[in-house]
Each structure stands twice: as C-alpha cells, then as structure tokens.
Design a protein around this ligand. Structure first.
Ligand code: 3NM
Length: 219
C-alpha cells in the first residue's frame, strides 16, 4: 500500500497487529495468516526481545511476512529498522523517541511511505507532527510486560488531551489492550488499537483478532 491520505491511515490503524518471532507460540507465518483471517487491518514486524532473529534470518522472516501481507493487501510496517524498510520497500516504519529524527527518516524512506511515531507528551506529538508523522502511537495505555523499557501506563489521558487541543492526526493506542478494553481507547479518541499479546498469545489467534475487531468497530 502506498500512503493514500489520512482516511486510509485511520482505516488501517483500526486493528493493528504487531509481532516478531519472540512473541509467537507457533511459527510467525502461521500466526500472521490466522490474524489476517480474523480481520487485522495493519501489520508491524517488530523483531525484538529475547531470542530475536538478527541479520539474514531477520531479513528472511521479514520477507516472508511481507509477502503474506501483500497477498492479503494488509499494509506492512517495520519497527525501527529503517534500512530494512527501505531494502524491502515496506509500506512504512514505526519509530520511537530514541530513533533517528523523523526529518531524516522521512528523507530516507520518501514521501509516499507511512511513518508512525511513539509520543508521550503534547510536545513530542507536535515535534513529530512538524516532522511529517502520519500517525501517533500512544502508550502504554495499560500495564504491559511485552516491552521491557515501557514507561508507566498512563491510561488514555494523552489521547484525550491531543483531541481536546484540536490535533486531528490519526492515533493508535498501545500497551496491554484487549478486546475488553479496546472500546475505551477508541472512545477516548484513538482511531485504532495496537496489540501484541492479545492476538499472538491467544488460544485461537483468529478468534482473538475477530474479537478485537468487533470491539473496535462497534464503537
Ligand atoms: N510499545 P502488548 S507498549 C511495543 O508504550 C509496545 O510505546 C509500547 O504489547 C509503548 O499488546 C508495547 O502485549 C507493547 O501489551 C505492546
């Protein structure tokens, strides 16, 4: 997918699944296929944590997952690794506050790609906006044990603040979100929810994705 405007991005953020091999109980290819069957709308490859693949093995897995996304017309975004995103012609990247400045990332990947930025304050959001971000990732909304260096959870406060101050850029909430809590994140002003565990560790990945989708769409 090439970037086709704010509405397409808002649509894609609705049921945003993130994973890498350390998050999966079965093979990531199988997990991704089942998640797509359940109705995810965007996929982010995030190969991080204990046992994460590196070098050629990481590239190989990224290619396999990208191919599945292409076949199913699901946008494929890469976490942090801008070089890999460029090499694979991914649909975009997601970066944090410790990564390369967004202006540099934009120059490298081009204007037609999606850039998501994790922000934790109004000021960080404004900097990302000025640098050309396509969406904000805001979290952790709830406590999470998936990201080792996650900040303390802050609920939906920042999402509400940004919307109250007139910010219209697409927002996705992240961190400890489940099908039970997804609705509250959307009600607070997010366009979608981003999850790892709620889908990747589910007994049925397909059913978990379906349940999350239902919670988001019924708001
Ligand atoms: N980023 P789960 S929280 C990747 O707060 C990530 O920016 C976060 O995983 C942030 O759905 C997080 O298993 C982990 O809680 C999300």
């Amino acid at each position: 997918m090439s970037k086709t405007g704010i509405d397409a991005i808002k649509e894609a953020l609705k049921v945003y699944f993130i994973m890498g091999s350390p998050n999966c109980k079965n093979h990531p290819v199988q997990v991704l296929k089942e998640a797509i069957e359940g109705g995810i709308t965007l996929f982010q490859f995030r190969e991080k944590g204990i046992g994460a693949l590196t070098d050629d093995k990481k590239v190989e897995l990224a290619k396999e997952l990208q191919q599945i996304c292409r076949e199913q017309q699901i946008p494929f975004i890469i976490n942090d690794d801008i070089g890999l995103a460029i090499a694979l012609n991914a649909d975009g990247v997601h970066i944090g506050q410790d990564d390369e400045p967004i202006e540099e990332v934009r120059k490298r990947i081009g204007s037609d790609k999606i850039i998501g930025v994790s922000v934790h304050s109004y000021d960080e959001a404004m900097t990302a906006l000025e640098g050309g971000a396509d969406y904000f990732g805001i979290g952790p909304i709830f406590p999470t044990s998936t990201k080792e260096d996650a900040k303390p959870s802050n609920g939906t406060k920042l999402i509400e603040e940004l919307r109250a101050r007139g910010v219209t850029l697409p927002i996705v909430g992240i961190g400890g979100i489940t099908a039970e809590t997804a609705g509250s994140v959307i009600k607070a002003g997010a366009d979608g929810v981003s999850v790892i565990t709620a889908i990747s560790h589910a007994h049925s990945v397909t059913e978990a994705a379906k349940a999350l989708r239902k919670s988001v769409l019924e708001i």
